[in-house]
Design a protein around this ligand. Structure first.
Ligand code: SF4
Length: 353
């Protein structure tokens, strides 16, 4: 079988976290606290790590925020990525502050000499740079070309930047080229993976929307790409508390069997055969599983049609009858319980695994 594109990309180290070259697909998100408030930012970094982030991005928007950003880098449990726009001096300050990676759009940093100063400083410090091209902020020269589609513009701009960095002797590059619509995202990243097969790709659908729409867009867009082996790290962007992003990213990875964190809940949609109040039971199990990190499957099934099959395939499961349920563990019936005992009985078996 041909190697997956993600296995062909360069292996990078971001403050000790491997990325690309077949490393686990990394989950990341971004803080939304004022960076000048170190306490609040560190608390959010920790919350994002608890929610499953391998890496966290923090903006460095001003010189005033440098001391606080420095503290965040020093005390964060995971490597920090600095998000920099416009001012190359802030990129240099972020490197000095201990950022393991920078996210810059070279097109908005200014002339090449400033970009080169950043490239050289990152090279000396061993920091990685994500070149972040965005459909909303393409370089004017590329944006104005009528002969190119939007994916072609994103790819042309990306290639131009990557070639410049490489000519400068810098190869610790991650690349993203984001758009807010799914077909553009898919076409762009497929093309980047073909044109720049060794560059690790950061996937994302930008400005994807609120939780429901953003989850759907990210699951479809990033799911298609990841299923084709494209993508080394991802950020799900939601108009929501950022701690809602990593679980969606993990959900996408786990549905595709790429990376698993925590349990998978298999539950039926209920129908006219259901003889227990299954929906609150499934919701209560889901809630109680939030703090569980065991990579197990848990089935909550409404009746004896598909129930015993699914429940016995799962690590732990129930197949319900009239006000009762059969409790399964690793394919064996281990008890018959009342409807009001289902959640606690499942959790007790899960605790023993
Ligand atoms: S498992 Fe049973 S109750 Fe659930 S949807 Fe299927 S047939 Fe209906």
């Amino acid at each position: 079988m041909d190697k997956l594109p993600r296995e062909k990309t360069r292996r990078l180290s971001i403050g000790g976290v491997s990325l690309g070259g077949g490393a686990p697909v990394r989950v990341q998100s971004m803080t939304c606290t004022p960076t000048s408030d170190a306490e609040a930012t560190l608390a959010q970094v920790q919350a994002l790590v608890d929610a499953g982030c391998d890496l966290v991005r923090v903006t460095l928007p001003s010189r005033e925020a440098i001391p606080s950003f420095t503290r965040v880098c020093a005390e964060s449990p995971v490597p920090i990525i600095a998000d920099i726009h416009f001012d190359y001096r802030l990129a240099l300050a972020a490197i000095d502050a201990g950022a393991a990676k920078l996210r810059i759009n070279p097109g908005n940093i200014g002339d090449w000499s400033r970009v080169d100063t950043v490239i050289d400083a990152a090279g000396s410090a061993g920091a990685v740079i994500r070149i972040g091209v965005n459909a909303g902020s393409l370089e004017q020269e590329v944006a104005e070309r009528d002969d190119l589609t939007l994916p072609e513009k994103l790819v042309a701009s990306s290639i131009r930047f990557v070639r410049h960095f490489e000519k400068r002797g810098f190869s610790d590059i991650v690349l993203s080229a984001k758009a807010h619509d799914v077909p553009t995202t898919i076409e762009t990243y497929r093309s980047l993976s073909r044109e720049l097969p060794d560059i690790p790709l950061h996937l994302g659908v930008t400005e994807a929307g609120t939780v429901q729409q953003g989850t759907i867009k990210s699951a479809v867009g990033l799911g298609v790409l990841l299923s084709e082996g494209i993508g080394d790290t991802l950020r799900v962007s939601l108009t929501a508390d950022p701690v809602e992003e990593p679980p969606v990213a993990w959900g996408i990875l786990s549905c595709l069997g790429i990376r698993r964190r925590g349990p998978e809940l298999v539950s039926c949609p209920t129908c006219g055969r259901t003889q227990v109040d299954l929906i609150p039971i499934a919701k209560a199990v889901e809630e109680r599983l939030q703090s569980c990190t065991k990579p197990i499957s848990v089935a909550v099934m409404g009746c004896v049609v598909n129930g015993p099959g699914e429940a016995s395939d799962a690590d732990v499961g129930v197949a319900c009858g009239r006000g009762t349920a059969l409790l399964f563990k690793h394919g064996e019936v281990v008890g018959k319980i009342r409807e009001d005992e289902i959640v606690d009985a499942l959790m007790a078996e899960i605790d023993k695994l």
